[in-house]
Design a protein around this ligand. Sequence first.
Ligand code: AMP
Length: 281
Amino acid sequence: MEIVKTIAEVRVQVKEWKKAGLSVGLVPTMGFLHEGHKSLIERAAKENDRVVVSDFVNPTQFGPTEDLASYPRDLERDAKLCEEAGASILFNPEVEEMYFDDRTTFVNMDGLTKELCGKSRPIHFQGVCTVVSKLFNIATPDRAYFGQKDAQQLAVIKRMVRDLNFDIEIVGCPIIREEDGLAKSSRNTYLSPEERKAAVILSQALKIGKELIEQGETSASKVKTAITEKINTEPLAKIDYVEVVDFNNIEPVENIGDSTLAAIAVYIGKTRLIDNFIIEK
Ligand code: AMP
């Protein structure tokens, strides 16, 4: 596996692969990789001849008061994990390589991006759509892999690919969890031991919501209430949102149906964590 820092190097390599008739998978990440990322890379390696993993803490998707400066980084460890998982290239550009200072072009999406995480992170999805479009143009993959952990992001990327005719298959991958149920996240490293224990409330609350639905509950508001009440039993937890929406368009639903997404964002101390489940009937 090669670590490359420039767009030109990725392009040269991908062109060679394509000339040889090889398929290419892309896994966009912000680094500090864990088992969740690994599952995406392994799946990409299984389904494609070559895999590009991007490792780039994208500044344009962070708001001014968010954790850009403190976001954890460890390229050496990331490289090891990527190699083990079957990546061919680890693309780790500097910010200056990815962005012109006088850039004026952005990818904006109406709808889908205004609710859930878009409410408390108003510029987040513009940053995500723009950087993912750039990565698509740089790596020109056949398939790109995204985790259901960021369910709204997955829905947004699918919509963007459809609307802008990117010739790329978007593959959604299941959430990988710690043993106690906490969804793996690079941000879990921010948690103190006490907060780490408290953070299990997210998956516990979602489990209650899911079980209610499995028992036949169809009212979205009742499911929301059950999830909310459970989270509120944890003194260190502060809810950002608890929402039940249609996964395809991120619009609120009254009744649980096919592809309903229950999504939550909760502060544990200063750390904002997200989790969700999707009902697939
Ligand atoms: P990030 O580095 O947090 O931007 O995540 C890069 C990709 O990995 C995104 O598509 C995430 O949804 C995915 N991902 C992050 N955590 C997990 C997880 N616990 N399980 C599955 N996928 C994940």
